[in-house]
Design a protein around this ligand. Structure first.
Ligand code: 13P
Length: 253
């Protein structure tokens, strides 16, 4: 049985103070949960990480912290970048890679993401590797080819042991921040397709263990139905992760 994962991607929202207060509200909401049988991850802007990691220490291990991006080099003259080594030493456990906003606005390619993925794994953190098609790609009917290329070019140089330490997130670009959620059937179709790609390359046992999250307008009201699909192992949540009540509602879904 794969454990459910709920991750909140804060994107470029909140000040440090607002972020700390959000995490304190999450801690208060989760304090009643005796056996939290899911992994909860908050993913604030890089500036917030050290403060949020400190705050999350009061959660009795219920809240984990991730970063939204990093570079692939350990260190060097790369003004403005943050290395996986810096993140892991700060206590970061997860790193989102290849979010569609990084692909779209910062031209991140599958080849660049392949390097970042290896660098993150080398620092013993877990990459949350994102894939997903645009509306145009979905309407053209070629969306599976797009997702296949994102997965193969970004991840398939990894060994089976490395693949056992990643999380994949399927985020259809047309569903991000638009209020248009993929239907549970649409999402399940792609999740099963992604799992089949891993089964072909790495074998059924590894594919069965791979957590695949859905992202794109996940809300307290639609999370339960999405998460009940056979191949959906939780969510990567944007907007609704910025309000403690909404995020707690999704965690409890
Ligand atoms: P929304 O939940 O705001 O649609 O964002 C999804 C997302 O991009 C999470 O990474």
């Amino acid at each position: 049985m794969r454990k459910k994962i709920v991750a909140g991607n804060w994107k470029m929202y909140t000040t440090v103070e607002e972020g700390i207060s959000l995490v304190n509200n999450l801690i208060a909401g989760l304090s009643k949960e005796e056996n939290l049988n899911k992994t909860v991850i908050v993913i604030p802007p890089a500036l917030h990480l050290t403060s949020i990691i400190q705050t999350a220490k009061n959660s009795a291990g219920k809240i984990h912290v991730g970063a939204q991006n990093c570079y692939f080099e350990k260190e060097g003259a790369y003004t403005g970048e943050i290395s996986p080594r810096m993140l892991s030493h700060a206590g970061v456990e997860y790193v989102i890679l290849g979010h569609s906003e990084r692909r779209q606005y910062f031209n991140e390619s599958n080849q660049l993401l392949a390097k970042k993925t290896i660098a993150v794994l080398e620092e013993k953190m877990t990459p949350i590797y994102c894939c997903g098609e645009t509306l145009e790609q979905r309407e053209s009917g070629k969306y599976k080819d797009v997702i296949k290329a994102q997965i193969e070019e970004g991840l398939f140089d990894l060994s089976a042991a490395q693949i056992s330490n990643i999380i994949v997130a399927y985020e259809p670009v047309w569903a991000i921040g638009t209020g248009k959620t993929a239907s549970p059937e649409q999402a399940q179709e792609i999740h099963a397709f992604i799992r089949s790609l891993f089964a072909l390359k790495y074998g059924a046992a590894i594919a069965e263990q791979l957590p695949i999250l859905y992202g794109g307008s996940v809300k307290p009201g639609n999370a339960a139905e999405l998460f009940s699909q056979a191949d959906i192992d939780g969510g990567l949540v944007g907007g609704a992760a910025l309000k403690a009540d909404d995020f707690l509602g999704i965690i409890n879904a």
